[in-house]
Design a binder for this molecule. Structure first.
Ligand SMILES: [Ca+2]
Ligand SMILES: [Ca+2]
Length: 89
């Protein structure tokens, strides 16, 4: 029965298509959570030793520290994360 095969193929195609629809509201929760886990003393900024203990290199730390005050604020951290996530380097 050829027709049945086509019907089955069509059905599974539609099923996959429906299933594969991406959810538009996908917010990566990682940036802020990562920052909080790195901020050991909870003062809202990352010092160089804190960043290093989290596996960050000094080069990366200085790159993320946009205003160069020697500490990475949550905004700076999230901003760097967003840029990396967007794939624009
Ligand atoms: Ca801190
Ligand atoms: Ca800074």
């Amino acid at each position: 029965m050829k027709l049945l095969k086509i019907a089955v193929a069509l059905f599974s195609f539609l099923a996959i298509n429906t299933y594969a629809q991406p959810s538009a509201t996908q917010n990566p929760p990682s940036a802020e959570a990562q920052f909080n886990s790195l901020d050991k003393n909870g003062d809202g900024t990352l010092s160089l030793p804190e960043a290093k203990s989290g596996g960050m290199s000094e080069t990366t730390f200085k790159k993320i520290d946009a205003d160069g005050n020697g500490a990475v604020s949550k905004q700076e951290f999230i901003k760097a994360h967003t840029i990396q996530g967007g794939g624009r380097m």
